[in-house]
Design a protein around this ligand. Structure first.
Ligand code: AMP
Length: 263
């Protein structure tokens, strides 16, 4: 028996998680679950939780674990998530990672792997500054690298594209600092569990997608609870010791300009 694919995507804002999660969702027939999208939906629907979250999101800080965990538990209980899932933007700190572990354990499920998107900070800022998203179908474009065919109009559904309110320079810098302080510790957490697969997130969308598929295809499809700890550790070690592959994933630590955020 093979487990459904249950994947976490970790990476700084603008590292391409959302774009790749959409492609992976089509490829593997499992839903992309983005806490950022779910929160933006709650804001758009003027849901009380959304209104509470909005001010925090606009500053580029993390919404409370209580709100996010409520949203994610509800989403994971939906029928489509029983086939597997791609968690995009969750977990974002150790408390959320541990809560996820506990929630999955309760329903007898485990993570297949954690994809870590590695992209240089300068590249991230350029990506975020040019990012345009479709409020209707969620398609993502970039003014500089992957523009829509017609000015600010979605190629898929024709809706007018939007520049996210939290993609301005000040908020972006806060979001990068929050990533460094709160989300980067997850790298060690998941590396210790031999779940981490570092992906070079630079280059064309198609090339990054190819790298991710190779990483996913290299997962041992046997249910992890039937594999010995030794076998799991060996399969992952093979990944990290390929000639030329960095042993330790690169971080985005360098060169984030500005002051640290308050939270
Ligand atoms: P994203 O679309 O993933 O960049 O998320 C946009 C914003 O939503 C973030 O800057 C946070 O304010 C909030 N957010 C999304 N996911 C989480 C999470 N797992 N925990 C806390 N806040 C989150």
């Amino acid at each position: 028996m093979t487990q459904p694919l249950q994947i976490v995507l970790i990476g700084a804002p603008g590292s391409g998680k959302g774009t790749q999660a959409k492609l992976l969702s089509e490829q593997y027939g499992i839903p992309q679950i983005s806490t950022g999208d779910l929160l933006r939906q709650a804001v758009a629907q003027r849901h009380p939780l959304g209104l509470e979250a909005r001010a925090v999101m606009d500053q580029g800080l993390l919404v409370s674990d209580e709100i996010v965990l409520g949203i994610i538990e509800d989403r994971l209980s939906k029928p489509d998530a029983q086939r597997g899932f791609l968690l995009d933007g969750f977990p974002r700190n150790l408390a959320q990672a541990k809560a996820l572990e506990g929630a999955l354990r309760k329903i007898g499920r485990i993570l297949s792997c954690v994809l870590l998107f590695q992209v240089d900070t300068e590249y991230l800022i350029q990506r975020l500054a040019g990012r345009l998203t479709c409020p209707q179908c969620g398609a993502v474009y970039n003014r500089y690298t992957t523009p829509p065919r017609f000015d600010d109009q979605c190629d898929v559904c024709g809706t007018t594209l939007r520049h996210r309110s939290d993609d301005n320079e000040e908020t972006v810098i806060n979001r990068l600092r929050v990533y460094e302080a709160q989300t980067e510790p997850l790298i060690g957490f998941y590396r210790d569990q031999n779940l981490l697969k570092a992906i070079d997130g630079e280059g064309s969308i198609a090339n990054v997608f190819k790298r991710i598929r190779q990483a996913i295809d290299s997962i041992d499809k046997k249910p992890a609870n039937l594999q010995s700890k030794r076998a799991r550790s060996l399969s992952c070690r093979t990944q990290h010791t390929k000639p030329g592959a960095p042993r330790k994933p690169r971080s985005t630590k360098r060169k984030i300009p500005g002051k640290p955020p308050r939270r």
